[in-house]
Write a protein of this length. Structure first.
Lengths: 337, 337
């Protein structure tokens, strides 16, 4: 009999997630039924959205994607030895019946990885997975960037932000990144080729944009929301496009007064801006297209990434909390096995 | 020699426009040159945007559209007796050379009216003019409403808002209007067929929407911006569409602290909203299409309108100030002759 370990969340998060919000429990897995397989987690993905998307009943299982290897199977489509990406949650072992799980909130719930050749499978949770597709589809489909345009990325040192900036460079744009430390900013300019960056904690961003985007901003990829975004929107050009991918500045903010920022509508009207929010689910049908495009850019050396990997199933909560404290640079993962 | 009277603005507006910001001056008009015509204003349009769009040099002429009759002409395309809509500003008589004025900020700068038959030409500044086109194109092109959907309109008793609500009814939507007095709300429900309305000054709009839009809001036509809009966005459905037409709540607000509202990004992401600002200029090439569609609906009795007309060139400033105090219901006009 296989014993799985899994995280449960014992009460709704209030403010920043706490260690006491979680418990690890063991679960005895039954025998495989027809069409089922047993998968063993290799890496778990730790993402901000996991803070927002829990159900109404507690305790409940923690959600999240993982890369896993099928170690036993009664499903000929998913034979033993296959690598999969599945939204199995924070757990070590999972029995899955693929056809039952296709209506999950996180689409696609499950897919087989293409051949990563020499590259590590952890990339399937980052630059060549959901995160990479978030960057690729969100930026290209919603921002519709053109060569020569000026692009601003907030949360630029995060997994999605750093990826978007590099795609923007590949596509011939001028790229400005906002991040939360000087070290992150240096990484973006020195290693990833951002044209310029600012530490939003120590910089007057309005003044910075006047100097560094004198012709205005055409595209804004927004990971943070709040006052930073109001500042960027105030300096956009006619028909500017804004892809809203996240609002991490507000996820843990429980004080309603601090959930206010300079209103956007005057800029939206006068500059005829188009602002669109998206979840990568929307592009679920094109998942493999995005994975392969990003895989190609990685192999060509055009797309660099940084993984923030902690070792051991038990490190997940610390990694999760660290995410909201800005301790990560690049994609946050937990190595399970 | 013809003597024109015109308004000049002597200094930039601060807060609410004041009488002392304006002066009436006389201007001696020269003889007509080839290709020029002389137009005499019949009605002047008074609009919120006129508060925002002034130049950098003062004193300067006041801007605005008017319906005028050509009373002398040396341009065969525009013979004497022709009715035109022109952005000539707040003035009684204008010499115009059409070809010189086609690059004006307000497009189209000038066009000949179609035949209004028995209807008053004042409609060319409202329901069958720029205002009507703002409603028609902004709502149909940006909100993309479908029959059965729930539509919220803010500033619903204004010229654009009341028009949008009626188009939404014509197209088979459920329509909720927010306005600034009980009297305006009654007019919207009793005369214009809005499904329900709320006085935003006395109503908890979040609670009101929970009760009156229990299935959520699909389209929002936003004339006001600010906290009202944050409330509406918080109750929108997946893939909701927002047309941002104005932000009148903020135009006169000089205190930065009061220019803040609950941030929108969390709703934009989780509901994948699309928010787009527009100026009717964008649809300048389709001006006559919009005018004729609205004219048809008016003739069929499907589209009601209310004009707020004050009599005499000298009433313009009071009419303008009244606009920002919510004293108007429907399109604000000044009858010049």
């Amino acid at each position: 009999m296989v014993v799985a370990k899994k995280y449960i969340v014992v009460n709704p998060f209030e403010g920043e997630p706490k260690k006491s919000d979680f418990m690890i429990v063991e679960e005895n897995l039954p025998e495989l039924q027809e069409d089922e397989f047993l998968a063993e987690a290799a890496y778990m993905s730790i993402d901000p959205y996991q803070r927002m998307k829990l159900g109404n009943k507690y305790p409940c299982d923690m959600i999240g994607g993982q890369v896993a290897k099928i170690i036993a199977s009664r499903n000929s489509e998913y034979p033993e030895g296959t690598w999969v990406m599945g939204h199995f949650g924070w757990r070590t072992h999972t029995i899955s019946k693929p056809e039952n799980e296709k209506f999950c909130m996180q689409k696609p719930f499950l897919y087989k990885l293409p051949d990563f050749e020499d590259l590590p499978v952890s990339l399937a949770l980052g630059v060549c997975g959901r995160v990479g597709n978030t960057a690729y589809f969100g930026f290209t489909q919603i921002c519709q960037p053109k060569p020569g345009e000026t692009v601003v990325v907030s949360g630029a040192a995060g997994a999605v932000g750093s990826h978007v900036g590099q795609i923007a460079k590949i596509l011939g744009c001028r790229v400005i990144g906002f991040a939360g430390s000087d070290e992150k900013c240096k990484w973006l300019t020195n290693k990833l080729g951002f044209d310029c960056t600012a530490n939003y904690k120590t910089t007057d961003l309005a003044q910075f944009l006047k100097e560094n985007a004198p012709n205005g901003v055409d595209c804004y990829f927004d990971n943070v929301g709040g006052e930073i975004s109001s500042t960027v929107l105030s300096q956009m050009n006619q028909y500017g496009r804004v892809a809203v991918c996240g609002a991490i500045s507000s996820y843990n903010e429980t004080d309603p007064a601090k959930r206010k920022a300079t209103i956007l509508q005057p800029f939206i009207v006068s500059k005829q801006l188009k602002i669109e929010g998206f979840l990568v689910n929307r592009y679920a049908d094109r998942t493999i297209e995005g994975v392969n495009q990003n895989l190609k850019w990685v192999k060509e050396g055009k797309l660099q990434y940084r993984e923030h990997i902690t070792d051991g199933f038990e490190t997940a909560v610390d990694a999760f909390i660290g995410l909201f404290r800005g301790e990560n640079t690049g994609k946050t993962l937990v190595k399970v096995k």
